[in-house]
Design a protein around this ligand. Structure first.
Ligand code: GLU
Length: 445
């Protein structure tokens, strides 16, 4: 049972675009909040001042909004530095954060030496043995300390909502650096401070953060806070089994949007990939939220395929009611036309071509002009409806003895100039008698 009032967060760094890989965490957080009546917070992890960019932040917001993943609250880590300073001072006061003076070269040297001795390259805590005089001397040399969190040598356990019981032996880990020599903070620290401040109940994120969790759990405890629940989602891989990195530009949400992929299709695929549930179209995010369940997410990396997305996109469109697309369609496409053509679309933009067939003018393709003339002579008078096609073609068949393809194909070609398409019974009344008659006699109409 999930407690009501759960609070979750999606915490992207503003150093790149959202893509199918990293947006999965956003989606699961949002769906989880929706399902359990919780709050979804958007937090920008932008303490890396060099690489963070306001334009990425704006792009991430635009992409999330387009996907329908709205947030109740937005925070930026860059605005919260005084909170990190306060938490840092608390950890220093309790002896859990200690200054270290090794240069990167010295650390690398130690690491190599341990490795060459066949030992794990764990930081040796030399800095813990320094006295005040040593520190004064080192600072006198112009060195500025970075700060490490002193891990308790214990086995950290948590029951991951996706991965089940986890344990990491902290004796095999180096004390993590939480504050750099330039006094900037590392994500593992700022994230915990914020998770505490915002009352985060569930940390839902990618599996690449599993190894951070043990140290973070210790930081929660060192700051005397309740440890949230964790759910680590398996990463997505491409068809070749490789990771989907930020550089997989063609799979950015912005790019998929530009290619007319439906937001709903992206969400439906990402919510179901690698789970025990079938990938199938849905008509709303709420429908997806009703089924989100971490116990149904598998442990193995989930394979993302663009073909599967394209296929799901088409299936999603085929089921969309007019109300769901009306605002995105030109006014010339009414409900009847939408219902007639949606089953033949692979993207929404394809609807325009069918609107042209119905309303625009086209050069008919005449396969058998004499037959078509006979057919034109038997066009019923208006008003036309869904049964008109059947009545008309029955009459044409009786008069010409044609059946099946020989009967239908030349009519479709003349009326639409296309080999295939939506049911003629639905298109014909939309084309109307005047245009139909003109096209059957070979006139551009
Ligand atoms: N900024 C981190 C990331 O983008 C957040 C990880 C987390 O959710 O704790 O991977």
């Amino acid at each position: 049972m999930v407690k009501p009032n759960s609070v979750v967060r999606f915490a992207p760094s503003s150093t790149g675009l959202l893509h199918v890989g990293n947006v999965r965490a956003a989606l699961f957080n949002w769906l989880f909040a929706k399902r359990h009546g919780g709050t979804f917070i958007l937090r920008f992890d932008d303490t890396d001042r060099q690489r963070s960019r306001p334009e990425y932040e704006a792009a991430i917001e635009r992409d999330l909004a387009w996907l329908g993943l709205d947030w109740a609250r937005k925070e930026r880590q860059a605005d919260r530095l005084q909170h990190y300073d306060a938490a840092r001072d608390r950890l220093i006061a309790t002896g859990r954060l200690y200054p270290c003076y090794e240069t990167p070269e010295e650390l690398e040297f130690k690491r190599k030496r341990l490795l060459s001795q066949g030992r794990p390259p764990v930081y040796d805590r030399t800095a813990l043995k320094l006295g005040d005089a040593d520190r004064a001397r080192l600072e006198g040399e112009g060195r500025r300390p970075h700060w490490r969190f002193k891990l308790a040598t214990e086995e950290v356990r948590w029951d991951d909502l996706v991965r089940g019981p986890q344990h990491i032996d902290e004796a095999s880990q180096s004390d993590p650096v939480l504050v750099r020599a330039d006094a900037s903070y590392l994500y593992s620290f700022t994230s915990v401070v914020d998770d505490i401040a915002f009352g985060i109940t569930h940390v839902i994120r990618g599996e690449d953060h599993v190894t951070n969790s043990a140290a973070q759990i210790q930081i929660f405890r060192a700051l005397e806070a309740e440890v949230p629940a964790f759910a680590h989602l398996p990463l997505l891989v491409n068809a070749q089994g490789g990771g989907l990195s930020k550089r997989t530009g063609s799979l950015s949400i912005a790019d998929l949007r530009a290619r007319d992929i439906e937001a709903l299709a992206i969400c439906a695929l990402l919510a179901r990939l690698g789970t025990a549930d079938p990938v199938e179209p849905v008509t709303s995010l709420d429908a997806l939220a009703a089924t989100v369940d971490f116990s149904r997410v598998g442990r193995a990396a989930a394979r993302f395929s663009e073909d599967e997305l394209a296929h799901l996109n088409a299936r999603t469109i085929h089921a969309l009611p007019y109300a769901a697309v009306r605002e995105r369609l030109p006014a010339t496409i009414g409900e009847q036309l939408w219902l007639a053509v949606r089953g033949n679309l692979t993207t929404l933009a394809d609807a325009l071509a069918w609107a042209e067939v119905v309303d625009g003018s086209l050069v008919p393709v005449l396969e058998d002009p004499i037959f078509l003339e006979e057919a034109a002579a038997r066009l019923p008078s208006e008003p036309w409806g869904e049964t008109t096609w059947k009545e008309w073609t029955a009459a044409v068949s009786a008069a010409t003895q044609r059946k099946g393809r020989a009967l239908f194909h030349p009519l479709r070609l003349a009326l639409t100039a296309r080999e295939t398409g939506p049911e003629m019974a639905k298109l014909l009344p939309l084309i109307g008698r005047a245009k139909a008659a003109a096209r059957l006699s070979g006139m551009r109409a």
